[in-house]
Write a protein that binds this ligand. Structure first.
Ligand code: MN
Length: 205
């Protein structure tokens, strides 16, 4: 059963003016599609892995995945899942801040939303080269911020991502060129906190 590019819940232009339509189109139809295709190509060589979800393969990469396709599963499986989350946790005109239990937990850990969002932005800006910044739930079911290089998923280190910002240049270069801080600041306007809250509740359940 091959993986497929998930449907976007909005038009390519829906994230304007924060993320331009051309960037969304190329990012989704070329970059994300390529991760899906290359993940499928790698998994097709190992039918014995077909009973595992890609989340499980990443969480137990060395134990489950033969050495010759570990890099492909790490990079392409990560790229597939990371982008699924990226698109799913954005929405045009999204709710501006977390709600309910997630809001309480963020405020108890970071004092307030402004401090939390600044620290996550700092992770995104501090990631040298291509990668991601994340809000994750760790194995103690606590929230943490982290950054990863390339397409490494937090699942590789036993953490469940519930929100992620892509800081590869392909995510922003057409509109923002080298100005990653402007892109990250714009991205905050798009976060779909309803979905992030759902993911948090699932991760701590
Ligand atoms: Mn990307």
């Amino acid at each position: 059963m091959a993986y497929e590019l998930p449907k976007l819940a909005y038009e390519f232009s829906a994230l304007e003016p924060y993320i331009d339509a051309q960037t969304v189109e190329i990012h989704y139809t070329k970059h994300h599609q390529t991760y899906v295709d290359k993940l499928n190509a790698a998994l097709a060589t190992k039918p014995e892995l077909s009973s595992y979800k890609v989340e499980e393969l990443l969480a137990k990469l060395e134990a489950l995945v033969p050495a010759e396709i570990q890099a492909a599963v790490r990079n392409m499986g990560g790229g597939y899942l990371n982008h699924n989350l990226y698109w799913e946790t954005m929405i045009p005109g999204g709710s501006k801040e977390p709600q309910a239990e997630l809001a309480k937990t963020i405020n108890s850990k970071w004092t307030d939303f402004a401090t939390f969002s600044k620290e996550l932005s700092d992770k995104a800006l501090g990631q040298f080269g291509s990668g991601w910044a994340w809000l994750v739930v760790n194995s103690s079911k606590e929230l943490e911020l982290m950054a990863t290089a390339n397409q490494d998923s937090p699942l590789l280190t036993g953490k469940t991502p519930i929100l992620g910002v892509d800081v590869w240049e392909h995510a922003y270069y057409l509109k923002y060129q080298n100005k990653r801080p402007d892109y990250v600041q714009a991205w905050w306007n798009l976060v779909n906190w309803d979905v992030v809250t759902e993911k948090y509740q699932q991760a701590v359940a």
